[in-house]
Design a protein around this ligand. Structure first.
Ligand SMILES: [Zn+2]
Length: 483
């Protein structure tokens, strides 16, 4: 639970005892399984719950999209073997795809980073939305990954800085940023190498990436095996390198500093780096000759237009999305740490193999609105609309209109059609505006002129189409529309 850090909602009761509101329930459910599932004969088993969860989000935003309180379904599966876990994992993934398809949400299953839950294999279910907080990279070959996980092979770059017989010191007064230095020296930003300094377990780490890229901190943390890496502050940088922030480089760093270079830097001949001296950079630096690297790993973020890591030919496209589901193969992570065991055929104790499967129910609603709207309001997909029909009587002082509206409402109720009745005494224009905003797929409009001829007006919000029908045909037509 300590991995949750500041997002854990903490409360103090009247007796000053500390409580936490549940952000996730792996431990609770593992504990339940430990006491209830004793024998291999009870396995595989899948436990699920639908409940409200709480996270003290740093940036709650977009109403229900990333709220601090949300409704989630989570399920946990327990197995005797990896094959059994794989089977449930696969079926769960298929079910999630089907749910999202039936909700009318354009989605993708994405390789993702395990974040705070842990485990080896995991996938996110992302619904595409321009305002979504996740960035997804896709290629025509089918490769799909989120920005924490995506790898790239970079792209072909223009001519590189030539290597020089020895690093050449250049005076770069006040030029701290990549933009300033590259403009000052008249080179492309990719010819610079950014040196980002961190501390991990009390030791200094230098991460080297091309000047026009950003670091993927999650990957760096994973390579170092330390989720709590922290960037060095200004004083620490000055103390370590002898130069101010903006002038750090890999040449001449104190012994014991771990240097991790981005894989895109492999084979780069001439580099421009900070000189570890205020107002100075070095040109023509060569990796391996002027400094040595502890590890070469893909630590920079993928960008749109990069070559795809799977097919090497396609270019990655970037799309924004909302994460609605996340499934994990936890394997024995929780069962071992909590010593949750069952007895196998031979009577010996074994740790459960586990999977966990989360689905954001309230977020699905937010994502549906995000994907289906126009400048007039929401356009609910038929499958998840809160009501199937909106009944709008136009003149509440006309008893014929009111009686008809009420008889239609009663008929819908008895036929199992969910309807919302707008019985507010307001002008028609006002009611129509709200109807568009609410976005219920079918609107039944009752006006004097049409009713006199026994007709009713139907408006279809998704198709943006109006139709005049006989009163007697109403229920059949609505049922057909939803079948
Ligand atoms: Zn590809």
């Amino acid at each position: 639970m300590k991995h949750f850090g500041p997002e854990l909602f903490k409360l103090t009761d009247r007796k000053n005892r500390m409580f936490a509101l549940g952000p996730t329930h792996e431990e609770v459910v593992t504990d339940l399984a430990r006491s209830e599932l004793k024998s291999y004969r009870q396995l595989p088993q899948c436990l699920y719950q639908i409940l409200t969860k709480f996270r003290d989000e740093i940036r709650p935003r977009f109403g229900v999209m990333r709220a601090r309180e949300f409704v989630m379904k989570d399920a946990y599966s327990f197995h005797t073997s990896e094959e059994s876990l794989d089977e449930t994992y696969r079926r769960m993934a298929e079910a999630y795809r089907r749910i999202l398809d039936r909700c009318g949400l354009e989605n993708a299953m994405v390789e993702a980073d395990a974040g705070k839950i842990g485990g080896d294999v995991n996938h996110e279910f992302v619904v595409f939305a321009d305002e979504g907080e996740s960035e997804i990279f896709r290629c025509a070959c089918g490769y799909t990954a989120d920005s924490e996980r995506a790898e790239s092979l970079g792209r072909d770059l223009e001519a590189r800085e030539p290597v020089r017989p020895a690093p050449e010191r250049v005076h770069t007064p006040g030029r701290k940023s990549v933009e300033d230095v590259s403009a000052f020296l008249g080179v492309h930003a990719s010819q610079l190498v950014k040196t980002l300094l961190y501390k991990s377990n009390g030791k200094a780490v230098a991460a080297l990436i091309p000047g026009d890229r950003t670091l993927n901190e999650t990957k760096l943390a994973k390579i170092l095996g330390d989720p709590f890496i922290e960037p060095l502050c200004e004083e620490e940088i000055l103390r370590l390198t002898g130069g101010e922030v903006g002038f750090s480089g890999p040449v001449g760093l104190p012994a014991g500093t771990t240097i991790i270079a981005d894989r895109l830097l492999d084979g780069q001949e001439g580099m421009i780096v900070g000189a570890n001296e205020t107002d100075a950079h070095l040109r023509g630096v060569k990796m391996g000759r002027d400094f040595s690297v502890s590890e070469s790993e893909p630590i920079s973020r993928a960008e749109a237009g990069d070559l795809c890591p799977r097919c090497s030919g396609g270019a990655l496209r970037s799309q924004r999305g909302v994460e609605l589901g996340h499934i994990f193969k936890l394997n024995k992570k929780y069962s071992e740490s909590m010593n949750a065991t069952y007895l196998d055929q031979s009577g010996s104790e074994k740790h459960f193999m586990m999977g966990c499967y989360g689905f954001g129910i309230s977020r699905a609603v937010a994502a549906a609105i995000e994907q289906h709207n126009d400048d007039r309001g929401i356009i609910w997909p038929k499958s998840i609309t809160p009501f199937q029909v909106l009944i709008v009587p136009l003149n509440l002082s006309d008893s014929h209109i009111v009686e008809t509206a009420e008889s239609i409402y009663a008929e819908f109720v008895s036929e199992g059609i969910s309807a919302l009745f707008d019985d507010r005494d307001l002008r028609p224009g006002y009611k129509f505006k709200d109807a568009e905003l609410l976005g219920i797929p079918v609107r039944v409009t009752l006006g004097e002129r049409n009713l006199k001829q026994g007709k009713i007006e139907l408006f279809y919000r998704i198709e943006d189409r109006t139709e005049l029908i006989e009163r007697s045909e109403l229920t059949r037509i609505v049922k057909e529309y939803y079948s």
